[in-house]
Design a binder for this molecule. Structure first.
Ligand code: HEC
Length: 311
């Protein structure tokens, strides 16, 4: 019988692994180089997020944003006769257009189609007043009045209770003009409006001033103290006093910090009071958020410095 020679694999894979150039010659180096180039190109073209090249954004303290309120003189608003006010006049519509443009058009659109820029992000969308369908409270006089009084806050429609009742009637007539067939109130519904809101009695409105103005006045009343504190601070600023150096490092707005601490000086009688006062909202007090990372010795240094600067 023919003795087959011992079977020998045509390719010995373990051999190839040990000396790959025997199979590929040195072309595999070439492929490696191509891969490396592709890799470099890929990494260089990553979008800024993937690339981690986005500059850190300074976080703004949202509690620092205040919704401004207008000046309002105190007064008694004239009584409104619901029955008379429920019939639109040209004067009312003209007034309505003015108030609408100032307060409502941003969301409800210039022509009441619910397409104002500020409303684009809202869900549900601001009401399209031309459509008779889908109203939450409804398009009757009494229903719109209620919407303006209470708002539909859960859906992004604020209360406009601060508008005088006469302006609210002007607005609701304007809005109802957009509606081809505005639904009518029954006599009883109009009378309920009177019963609930006591419109024939007139209403008292309290005086109000804008928040910024109030802040300015409070500061002005304490300006003597503030000037004294700021002067003391200016003397210490830039000195190599360790307290002054630390204070400069942990404050964003030293003047604000000193003013705030000065007006709260009775509440920061001890080191612990001081820490408790500052840590919940350092940024609002003019500190940097990093102040919360100080160890107790540093807090002590800071506290002593503040005490020396205060009156
Ligand atoms: C911040 C945006 C915004 C502003 C400003 C705004 N609205 Fe609205 N309004 C809405 C949204 C959102 C709705 C929808 C609420 C819903 O579907 O329940 C709405 C709904 C309404 C409705 C319909 C209520 C119902 O029964 O469905 C009336 C009426 C209305 N607004 C009147 C006004 C008037 C008048 C002004 C100005 C004084 C005004 N809105 C200002 C967002 C706004």
């Amino acid at each position: 019988m023919d003795q087959h020679p011992a079977y020998k694999a045509e390719l010995d894979f373990t051999e190839i692994l040990r000396t790959p150039h025997r199979l590929f010659g040195y072309t595999y180096l070439y492929f490696l180089a191509v891969l490396a180039v592709i890799g470099i190109l890929y990494v260089n073209n990553l979008n800024p997020v993937g690339n981690n090249r986005v500059l850190p954004v300074i976080l703004k303290d949202s509690s620092a944003f205040v919704r401004e309120i207008p000046y309002q003189s105190p007064g008694v608003l004239p009584p409104v006769d619901v029955r008379a006010a429920s019939v639109p006049t040209e004067a009312m519509l003209t007034r309505g257009r003015e108030v609408y443009r100032a307060n409502c058009a941003s969301c409800h659109g210039d022509n009441g189609q619910g397409d104002g820029a500020a409303g684009l992000v809202l869900n549900p969308k601001p009401r399209n007043f031309h459509s008779a369908e889908g109203w939450t409270n409804g398009a009757k006089i009494s229903q719109i009045y209620r919407t303006l009084q209470d708002g539909i806050v859960r859906n992004g429609m604020a209360s406009y209770a601060y508008l005088p009742p006469s302006d609210r009637f002007a607005l609701l007539h304007l809005i109802r003009k957009f509606n081809p067939v505005p639904p009518m109130d029954s006599e009883q519904e109009l009378m309920e409006l009177e019963t609930v809101y006591q419109l024939s009695k007139g209403s008292v409105i309290a005086a109000q001033i804008p928040i910024r103005e109030a802040e300015r006045r409070i500061l002005a009343e304490h300006s003597g103290d503030v000037i004294a504190v700021t002067q003391r601070y200016t003397r210490l600023e830039g000195s190599d006093d360790p307290g002054a150096v630390l204070f400069a490092r942990v404050t964003e707005n030293p003047e604000r910090t000193l003013t705030a601490l000065q007006s709260a000086s009775s509440r920061v009688g001890t080191l612990d009071d001081f820490i408790r006062f500052v840590t919940p909202d350092p940024v609002q007090l003019g500190f940097r958020a990093s102040v919360n990372q100080l160890d107790r010795d540093k807090w002590e240094t800071l506290y002593q410095f503040v005490r020396r600067t205060m009156l």
